[in-house]
Design a protein around this ligand. Sequence first.
Ligand code: SF4
Length: 357
Amino acid sequence: MLDDRLEGAPRKKALVEVRGLKMYFPIHTGLLRRKTGDIKAVDDVTFDIVEGETLGLVGESGCGKSTCGRAVLRLYEVTDGSVRVDGHEIAHLGPNTLRRMRPTMQMVFQDPQASLNPRMTLASIIGEPLREHTRLTKPEQLERVYELMDQVGLNRDFANRYPHEFSGGQRQRIGIARALALNPKFIVCDEPIAALDVSIQAQVVNLLEELQDRLGLTYLFISHDLSMVRHIADRVAVMYLGKIVELASRDDLYGDPKHPYTRALLSAVPEPDPREESRIQRIVLQGDVPSPANPPTGCNFCTRCPDVMDICRKVDPEYREIAPGHFTACHLYCETTTMPAEPTAAKEAFEPIQQGE
Ligand code: SF4
């Protein structure tokens, strides 16, 4: 049933298959700390990542994208759903089997300063996964560390230095080298450039792209920077309040966004050309993002959507394919609901934004 939602998705082999993933955190209140609800950080998320591609995952802070990335790597005990990586179901694996899967999937963290142990030298940080997961001798480990330092552009002479002696960009290179140590196939990059100076961001993104070409890596690239995601991603998924509201190829999503939330996000991206900038019609969303502990009835976006209809406040729209490889969850594109706006009328309503792009 869940697979029906992916009909028309890319036909190449999917390295990562996520179906109906839920990550709820219980809320306990009162003296007896009784469970009174759940924070639905990730709520019924379904997507594939094809071998060698980069799937961008975008959305506002707190929308659940980082939790989703961590749940996909089983850094959390998932509430429900299925996650297959390289053909292995990992969502409910026991600790020993999961440990054997760890080399296949790795993570690059947002804050390299916080993710590197300040008491360890660069060589011991990069070599840690080798000590944990391989039987390499010490000289072999050091040789592999040097090889990884070469791959990410770090001078071998720095092997005995400590993290505080490096710049933010170099620290992120250390984090990438550590993630590559066990020859992974799949890497979740969780806001890998958000903590870096703008001048360094492009260098790190270029390095990730080079490594992908050379090593055939598959990325889930989590970011709130829509311009950077447009540069690096092959396909893009947009998240709002724990759900994916739109997923499409990069060109389709940026050229012809369907979901009102995606349109609003894209209308806020700065345009370097002043003539284009003056033609863009900004969509300013009213109100705050609702709490994931108490999402609205019906569509999650109904409290802020400029195109909201009566049905939106009652029925959660189905996440469905509206064009080959283009998925969205919105009643504007749902034939079975009594929607006042025809798809063409909806398109016209968005015309000013399209002109500005
Ligand atoms: Fe807006 Fe309704 Fe579509 Fe939700 S379903 S995004 S409220 S039009």
